[in-house]
Ligand binder design. Structure first.
Ligand SMILES: CC(C)(COP(=O)(O)OP(=O)(O)OC[C@H]1O[C@@H](n2cnc3c(N)ncnc32)[C@H](O)[C@@H]1OP(=O)(O)O)[C@@H](O)C(=O)NCCC(=O)NCCS
Length: 112
């Protein structure tokens, strides 16, 4: 597992067992004092650029269906698609599975 951070937040990457082209993005957060200020787009750019630079073709992430900010963020960012909605049998939480095709990411725009 790798952890990346910038001044505003952090995220972890874990390669998917059995397929070196896929990375799981998880434990993403904006540090509490920076939330609600639009910083999550910078954190998302960090995630996407690292995934592409590290040679992954696909990044996947689960997001709670009631996480309105993260749902909005991914649904309005090029490269991300909501692939599936399901219920966590262990917690009964409604979840969504998002995928990001790194081939369609323009690094130049992300890293400005
Ligand atoms: C979810 C989280 C990353 C969002 O970060 P944030 O700093 O609060 O959000 P931002 O201020 O950057 O807003 C991101 C976008 O969501 C929108 N947004 C924020 N709250 C929203 C809400 N309740 N409903 C709809 N959109 C919302 C913002 O308007 C912004 O959109 P825009 O860029 O198009 O204007 C942050 O709250 C967090 O770290 N939460 C705890 C951990 C977590 O939930 N991680 C995600 C796990 S998948």
């Amino acid at each position: 597992m790798e952890k990346f951070s910038n001044d505003f937040g952090e995220v972890c990457f874990t390669p998917m067992a059995g397929c070196s082209a896929v990375v799981i993005s998880h434990a993403m957060q904006i540090y509490p004092k920076y939330r609600g200020k639009g910083m999550s787009r910078q954190n998302l750019a960090l995630r996407m650029s690292r995934a592409k630079q590290n040679g992954y073709g696909l990044m996947i992430a689960t997001v709670r269906a009631d996480n309105a900010a993260e749902q909005h963020l991914l649904s309005t960012t090029a490269g991300w698609t909501m692939a599936y909605a399901f219920k966590n049998p262990k917690t009964q939480a409604d979840l969504t599975l998002w995928v990001c095709d790194t081939q369609v990411i323009e690094l130049k725009g992300l890293l400005k």
